[in-house]
Design a protein around this ligand. Sequence first.
Ligand SMILES: [Zn+2]
Length: 530
Amino acid sequence: MGIKIDIYDSTLRDGAQGEGISFSVLDKLNIVKELDELGVPFIEAGNPGSNPKDLEFFEEVQKIQLKQAKLVAFGSTRRKNIKACDDVNVQSMLKANTEYVAIFGKSWDFHVTDIINTTLDENINMIEDTITFMNEQGKKVVYDAEHFFDGYKNNKEYALLTLVTAAKSGVDSIVLCDTNGGTSPSEVAEITKDIVSKLDCKIGIHCHDDIGTAVANTLLAVEAGATHVQGTMIGFGERCGNANLSLVIGNLQVKGDYECLPPESIENLTSVATYIAETANIILNPSMGFVGKHAFTHKGGMHIDGINKNSRSFEHISPEIVGNTRRFLMSEVAGRTLLLKKVQKIMPSIEKSSPETMALMDRLKELEHEGYQFEGAESTFELIIRKQLGKYTPFFEMKYFKIMGEKPSVDEKFSAYAMVKVNVEGEDKISAAEGDGPVNALDKALRKSLEGFYPELKTVHLTDYKVRVLDSKDATAAKVRVLITSSDGEHTWSTVGVSTDVIDASLIALVDSIEVKLISDLERKANKYI
Ligand SMILES: [Zn+2]
């Protein structure tokens, strides 16, 4: 392993500044545990003086036995013209009871004179006093030089003086911050190199993504000698976000020769990134490198062919290294090789060039054209194969249904009623059910009418229901795609329906869901479940 890099995660502080991000105390505690488990050595978690939630967090977090991570309280240099010990915010940082504190101060002369309205000399005093005070309190100090790159470009001599002052006052590391996120990679590289050559302490980097280069800037700063890297694990933060640590770690440790995390931890990168997204209640950007859902997903037929021959052909690393998984998409361009594999599960004797395979391809193209998408609806895909290959006998015939809605509803729980008539082997059965919405009522009525014939359906219930309006040039008849996930307590499966009518699309998916359950049970009985 090469040079050790101190990873410093600010998801709970800078990350929480991102629009739409809000963490409860419990969320924060859980994220701390995840990051600690992953081997992230520094976790910045806010200022206990800034709000009661942060204070409660710091009280609670002390009860957790962390494996290795150090928590860092965050706050600014003292206010102008007072003593550090008299500054409420400086004092409140001590309440966090952490070994480390991060102090941010001004490096850009314009910010000193025009934003906090003080003199350049007083700003130097503020830096010196605050760091000295923290040292006296027994704290190790990470000094964040706010707006450092803008400061350096505007008044190099003064910006350097702020760093030299911090270094002399006693710091663990000095972090060069591109607070506005507008510095280019080449500038970051050049300026970081200059600072590393001038200062005799650990240099860190803190980049924002306003011009889309936060990760590149961070990597170049490391190449220039920075050994402390700040960011947020999946990149969210103030405005356009912070340097994405999943990408930074992937680049430095998997692609490069740096050590950011214990080597055995790298395979947990994807699960931790996903966990943080879930906790923040956001969708992890599927296109994110290394950890995103699409990072190792293949759709083009030639690509899939290549991957099957040798994964190096279209993947820069093996997905398992970072705990991600390779996916092949079911689509018309997926190529016959993949299709063949799926088909062979149902009919092992089928050949790549056989007429059945060709006919299936045509059918798939047709359905995709109608708006079907089988990613996430493998069960419908398998039913189509069965139907196309003639390996399918309908379990029932849906003869008729009627739905009534009610508003305001007489019953608080039910707002819709459905009546369904099915025919099973020549016998008609009519059932009715009430439900919370038309699809719920329809689902209940349909299963009720079939349960007499197929008691195993009693265990089936919907676990997810998604509707997507498909882009349509014909605004009056936009199609919808309904994706439902069903479970019988033991297995889950997903089916899809497309129509211009949401009820109709739902019914297609519901009928498929029931068919899949019945077929699967039969197959399992015959001990050849696919
Ligand atoms: Zn920041």
